[in-house]
Structures are given as C-alpha cells and as structure tokens.
Design a protein around this ligand. Structure first.
Ligand SMILES: *Cc1c(COP(=O)(O)O)cnc(C)c1O
Length: 411
C-alpha cells in the first residue's frame, strides 16, 4: 500500500500500527482463552506477511475494484457545505456493494482465510450488516459460512437474515443472556475453540484480540488512501483539515483516518452514539462513559459497572449499539490525537432527513451520527472536511418511517 508521507511524520512514533504485542499505548493485546492460542498465534504470525504479499494485494485490489466497486467517490456536498459554512466532502462508502464499508474488510479476510487453508468461516453479527458482508464473500469464494446472531436480533433484522440465507449462509440463533450481539460473540468464540483447525473467524470491526484490530484497520485503509489522492486531484490540497467518522467498534473511522494518523495537520473527529443522552442511562457513548477493561479479547475502553460487568449499551442505531471501542481509538482519544463528540438518536435522525433533502443521499443511521456533529467541530470556510459516509440508509427505512412512534421506546 502506498503511504502518504509528510515532513512532520518523522518526528513521531507512528500511530499506524500497534507494537509487536498488539498494543496502541496501553490498549490492545490479546486476552484469549488458552484453547485459542494456537489459532490466534497462527494468524498473528502470518497476517502481515499475507497482506504485504504482491499476489494478495493484486487479488484484493482487483476484487475491491470489480466486485465492491472501488474507488468510491469523494463527493463535494455543495448544499450541505453552504449550510455549515465550510467545504464538506463525502467519502461515499454507501455506494459499495452491500451498502457499506464492511465489505472492504470481509473481502480481505476471506483471502487471508484461503491462504490459511481454512474451509469454514464463522462470524457474529448484531444488525446483520457484517453478517451479510461475510455471507457475500463466502458465496464469492464457495466457503461454508455460519453467522451467529442473537435470537432477539434475528427477529428485529428479518431482511438481513433473509439476505444471509439467500447467500447460502447458515444463521445460528444465540439463545443465551440478552440474546443480542455479545451473546452471539460468545457463541462464535465457542465455535472457534471447537473447530480451530478448519475455521477462520471474521471479526467485523477494529476490535478483538491482536492481530484483529491492526488487520481490520489495514484492510479498511484503502478508504483514506483514496481520500488522499482524490482530495489532491480535486482541490490541489494534499490533506484534509478534518476527517469525521462515526464509531461503533471503529473500522470505518480507522479506515478513513489511517493515512492521516501521523499528520497532525489533520484533525481526527469521532462521533459516538449518545442514544437518549449521555446521562440518560440509555447511551452507547463508550469513550465518555467507559473505563479501561477487557472486552472481546482486548484491553480497551468499555462501559462497565464497578464490578467489571458490562453495562448494556443503547443506541437506536444497531451498528453503534456496542459497549466497547477499538483499542486504536481508545488510544487516539486518551492521548488527545482524536476528538470525540456524541450525538443523540434525535440529532442523528435530524441529520438523516437533512442529508436526504439537501443532497439526495439517504445515509445509514450510524453514519448520520457523523453528520450530526458537523456544526460543533469548529471548521471554518476555507477548511476541507471529509466525512466518512459509511453506509446507505435502505436498511434503516423502517426506523425512519416509524421514528415518531418508536422514539419513546429504548429497545
Ligand atoms: C457497522 C457499521 C458502522 C459501525 O462500525 P465501525 O466498525 O465502527 O465502522 C458504521 N456505519 C455503518 C453503515 C455500519 O454498517
């Protein structure tokens, strides 16, 4: 992958990769049951070699071009720019095959799984977006696919369950606990332990034990690689003043930030889901409400009670309804390299309707959190602000149509 070099880069310890134990500062690592050591170690030893291999890069890039539809456009949103008195560029991940950035990661990981000689793929999914992206690449490669999904989520997300079935995947309901994402994750990990030899586990965000956060970040880095040259081609300027992205686990943000991480001229902005409000007891604003602890195999910021029990997060947007945040982002936030703002359900909904009416683009509800904070980031009229338009709103249409009726419920 080509790197954007800047004159000040040499002064810094690069933020682009964790240390060899998988730490970004104090966050990251691999906290896994002993039964998974062999699998995670195998992945750790070869993922970088695979990613750097020219044959892998050629196959990955050609699938990104012809199957996913990359490069995605960098689009100057003129009317939105007028409203916010700055220059707003939308990085159109919503135009990707399957409708979001998640496919960049699953295309890369399926190629890595093939290199590892794995015949069977497992994944966990909440809203079903990562499940669909995984089922898609398994169909593409003819690999067996099992997607764990909470029984409650299966009911809530029927269209995505239908898509996964059509794509040939088996959706397995997680019936334990609250029957949602964290229970699906537990069952996926149990499956992995039992089928370690044959199975690759495709994690859908920049989370999990090392090497997942780094691997997923590198597989999403194509987004900022494109932003850098597209912005230069259209403005003559080689870097944006701001890059703004919503953050659930952190993969779209990691991809949009990657090539600018070490360039301090670029302000990195994260948008979290405040749900009903940060102090409402129904929120997913992890960086504000969270503290250091272990979730899904890594040390990071998560929402937990004083006994270390995970606090159920809440956001109307299923993709941001997650109690943790990837270790790269925990590091960026605690060191001040990235700034984080929280947007409520209501603010995100307003941003959905604004972008739809003003630009003719209906965004995903997750993405709308990044749009909802644009008036707060302090961008001036000469600044160039790139927003990661992580996904399209088709999947959220029911929520958009029924919002007035459902907004007083919390789940
Ligand atoms: C899943 C999802 C997200 C949140 O996941 P990240 O890993 O934080 O990017 C954001 N936007 C869309 C459209 C999604 O589907």
């Amino acid at each position: 992958m080509s790197e954007v070099k800047t004159s000040i880069e040499t002064d810094l310890v690069s933020l682009k990769h964790p240390d060899e134990r998988g730490y970004y500062g104090e966050f990251g690592g691999a906290y896994i049951p002993e039964m998974l050591f062999a699998n995670v170690e195998q992945l750790r030893l070869i993922y970088q070699e695979v990613i750097d291999d020219p044959a892998f890069q050629a196959e990955y890039k050609s699938l990104l071009r012809d199957f996913v539809g990359r490069p995605s456009p960098l689009y100057l949103a003129k009317r939105l720019s007028e409203i916010y008195c700055t220059n707003i560029w939308l990085k159109r991940e919503d135009l990707n095959h399957t409708g979001a950035h998640k496919i960049n990661n699953t295309v890369g990981q399926i190629l890595i799984a093939k290199r590892l000689g794995k015949k069977r793929i497992i994944a966990e999914t909440g809203a079903g977006q990562h499940g669909v992206a995984t089922a898609t690449v398994c169909a593409l490669m003819g690999l067996e696919c099992f997607v764990y999904m909470g029984a409650v989520d299966i009911e809530r997300q029927a269209p995505n369950v239908a898509r996964m079935n059509m794509l040939g995947a088996t959706v397995i309901p997680a019936e334990s606990g609250s029957k949602t994402l964290k229970d699906a994750t537990n069952e996926a990990i149990r499956d992995w332990i039992n089928n370690a030899e044959t199975t690759h586990y495709i994690i859908g965000s920049a989370i999990g034990p090392h090497p997942y956060p780094d691997m997923v970040t590198q597989l999403q880095a194509i987004v900022s690689e494109e932003i850098a040259y597209q912005l230069t081609a259209q403005t003559g300027k080689e870097y944006p003043d701001y890059v703004v992205a919503c953050v659930g686990g952190g993969s779209n943000a990691a991809g949009a930030f990657y090539h600018f991480l070490d360039d301090k001229r670029v302000k990195l902005i994260l948008a979290e889901a405040a749900g009903k409000g940060i102090d409402s007891g129904h929120s997913a604003a992890t960086s504000i409400l969270g503290s250091k602890g272990i979730i899904h195999g890594c040390m990071t910021l998560l929402m937990q009670d004083p006994d270390g029990q995970i606090i159920e997060p809440y956001s109307l947007s299923a993709g941001l309804d997650y109690p943790g945040i990837g270790p790269l982002h925990a590091h960026l936030i605690t060191t001040g390299r990235a700034k984080v703002y929280a947007a409520t359900d209501d603010e995100a909904m307003q941003a959905v309707f604004e972008l739809s009416k003003v630009e003719g683009i209906i965004p995903a509800l997750e993405t709308a959190h990044a749009l909802a904070i644009l008036s707060r980031i302090g961008a001036g009229k000469d600044d160039h602000v790139v927003v990661s338009l992580s996904g399209r709103g088709d999947k959220d249409l029911n929520t958009y149509m029924n919002y007035e009726n459902i907004k007083d419920q919390v789940h």
